[in-house]
Design a protein around this ligand. Sequence first.
Ligand code: FES
Length: 677
Amino acid sequence: MTAKQTAKVVFMPTGRRGEFSMGTPLLQAAQKLGVDIDSICGGRGLCGRCQVLCMEGEFPKLGIHSSLKHLNGLTEAEQRYETQRKPLAAGRRLGCHAYIQGDLVIDVPPDSQVHQQLVRKDAELRDIVLDTSTQLHYVKVEEPDMHSPKGDLQRLYEALAWEWQLQDLSCDTALLPRLQSVLREGKWGVTVAVQQGSRMTAIWPGLRDKVYGIAVDVGSTTIAAHLCDLVSGAVIASASSMNPQIRFGEDLMSRVSYVMMNPEGTEAMSAAVRQALNELIEQLVKQAKITRDTILEMVLLGNPIMHHLLLGISPVELGGAPFALTTNEAVHAYAYELDLQINRGGRVYILPCIAGHVGADAAGVVLSEEPYLQDAISLLVDVGTNAEIVLGNKERLLACSSPTGPAFEGAQISSGQRAAPGAIERVRIDPDTKEARFKVIGSDLWSDEEGFAASVAKIGVNGICGSGIIEVIAEMYLAGVISEDGVIDGALADSTQRVIPQGRTFAYVLYDSGEGDERVIVVTQNDVRQIQLAKAALYAGVKLLMDKMGINQVERIRLAGAFGSHIDVKHAMILGLIPDCPLDKVASAGNAAGTGARIALLNQAARRTIEAVVQRIEKIETAVEPKFQDYFVEAMAFPHKTDHFPHLFSVVQRPPKKAIQANPDSDSNSRRRRRRG
Ligand code: FES
């Protein structure tokens, strides 16, 4: 008898099932079936986010006898994970290292699923000069005549030339099949959509005065779309969703790694994002009670990797030096070429990327903030796993990116998590008692206010999100819990229970439910180091651009992106995430990239503007700049080793200097990690 070549696998709780070749990793099987399993490391067995539980026993309804024996034994990677991170709970395996060897019922526990994130990308209010590239023209067309052999299309052209002075028009072939019926349905009165005065892209019977466009910010975590009335410019509906590519890898480099390891990865991620876009279109259409055929244009932007995957281009070249883009020009396409379900003749415009690691999203921020029109020198920072930085004014613009890593998003932080209900997002620490109070997403109360416990009873206090991490470490510095070198002061353990020993270093207890280790949220020495590394990378990038520009002071700072919009600018400056600047000149730019997309949707001149501006932005490559490393090292201190922060310390009490001996191991470990990264 020949051995079985395939096995049945059912994933719970979704119940998705499939037949897979023996030896297929469970993570890959889950992704093939569209089961959301978290992954930060792209299947390297490092992050532990892909944990699954093998259910054992008979499952008669499913026709499966499931057993742990139907998986390979614990791999070296899993053993390494257990010793270096923490032991896997009974029956749990890393999905990326558990290989199918027989029929299985696999449970994907909630902590391994991609959680619903709070989506806060709302359309910003901003005046935009309306000048869309699509114009509507109603015409009356001459009826056919036995004695004149002209076609219906030719008589339509004549009518448009006569009534609208539109000469030399052409017509999308996609319109031809319905042209005759539309003309007759409209009793020879039709509305035609004409793109850029030269091409007919849509036609409707009778008078039509409403057509729409969609502006989309394709973020690596969140996709946010705004439906706009192309006639009034108004935002009619907004919708957002998680980027489903998360199931292939949480951060950008994991997605690039996924493509490197899986030849079909580009196609799979491209299909996933296009499907998500179509689902968003569906939501917008329903919200606005319109039909898809009235949507004539889409403008999209995203970082270079999102940009390439959207277009079905492998992002592999963007994963390493020299970070070559396939194209640094704007992309014009038909919506159907990208499988986007709007009007058959609908057009897509994608903003140009600035460089291989500074994307079309940064171009959107530039378009929205218009530093190229201003005298004041602006610093625009889009904080993400790769911070995109633009500095300059109407004379000169520079751009670079800095490898901040995912720490600001809660990854690599012991109690870090995404911005979701139950995440600590605001923190204050009393400098005298070292006691902390905090707020969590989902409750309006501070933790020391009456009713707090009841308000978080359902959501819990689960971890710290990006803005919370910024605040807690800045507050620890202000309260003297950590030194300016970022060392947690172990001497405080004698006077406060908030500081506890942890191995050879110390940790700060931010929250203790009193229910044992599982419910304690601490900030460890390593957490502080991770934030130092991330903020130093960002500051070093900024410093490099300031250096190139020949300035030592910026005049205004705008923080863009979901993270940038929610961090407190004062705490960001206390940490030394951004350089010193009058605090009233520092602000969130909100979803500036999304606003840029909307501007490009509604104003065709803006497209020409940003295309020209992007060409003249000087691209600085931090990886090859010798000074970057020095700037990085100096920026490890809070707020900075050598730079002064006069504006900041005119409004914030600078804590007294403390010299605390750092644990030599923790420092050298941090440096080793940075070099490897
Ligand atoms: S451990 Fe990271 S994906 Fe499996």
